[in-house]
Design a protein around this ligand. Sequence first.
Ligand code: FES
Ligand SMILES: [Fe+2]
Length: 348
Amino acid sequence: MSSDFYTDPKILQAERERVFARHWWLLGPAEQCANAGDYLCDTICGWPLYAIRGDDGQLRAFHNVCRHRGAQLLESGAGNCGTVRCPYHSWQYSTAGELLKAPRFGDDDFDRSQCNLFSLHCKVWKGMIFICPAKADNPPAIEFEQWLGSLPGLIEQFDSLDDMDYYGSFVVEGQANWKAYCDNTVEGYHLHSVHPRLAKAVASGTVEIASYDNGALVAFHVGYGEAAAAAKLRGDAGIWTYKFPGFQLAISDNAFKIERLEPTAVDRLRSTNWAWYRNLDDAEREDSFAWSRTVVEEDIGICEKVQVNLAAGVYQSGPLSPAEESHVVTLQRYYRSELDASTKGDKV
Ligand code: FES
Ligand SMILES: [Fe+2]
């Protein structure tokens, strides 16, 4: 794909309208929204939004925008509240998104029900909250189960996520287009050059990369070397998956890591990661977690070096290796088909 796709702000705008609004995004772990009033709030692809557990036990998601003058209602992060109070003029909303109070508004005929929050589609799968940024007035452009595609089948052999312990999360930001990171994610060509520790841990000849769902899903089936402590840190064998547009999941017997990758500008990205472990002592968990962060930093670091040249105007595109980069080709094809898809009715 030519460098314009990675540098032109108009492309990012088109992606937001035609692609990001139609797809599903990881918001975070559902265990952070276990009790009534628990919420998880973030900005994804420029849309401030949150999910909140209602008094009735139901999890709902909303755009984080007050219907009065548009202030953000909640700060990013996890928290708990009985009602959602706008910090600007103190309008109050229920956990179900209804406008409860508009203090001193001064209009007896004011119909509060016209100012309920904009709701979003929200699903929980394997302890993770996913949202679709399009308003929930209509069915989602892509049903969640359809969006997951082949992913559930790929990880079904790892059926006991329940007894993994949540360890923590980390965020890495960088100066690269989000697609440079995706291209990088679906090839193993760079493994030895960019990830020296990971390359040593992965048993040679054990990596098989396969593409599913027209290129929207790519999975690395990985084995780890017996001698390496990695065999325990990462499990004897595992799967790393990339799911278009911005979800990654890595799972093995002892570790489960998920990642949301999103653009924050045409040449900026943010990677947010969460990790769970079992059968590892404290030092091993700490090491595994730090190692995961190092891998993300290594990937973003190399993408930043690419991005400078994508913007410099000398390089447009280069040949992709049939042996090593065929999944980059299928992913880019899939991306183009999504970008070219009809926008009718899909806008946020
Ligand atoms: S913007 Fe929220 S109360 Fe005014
Ligand atoms: Fe990598």
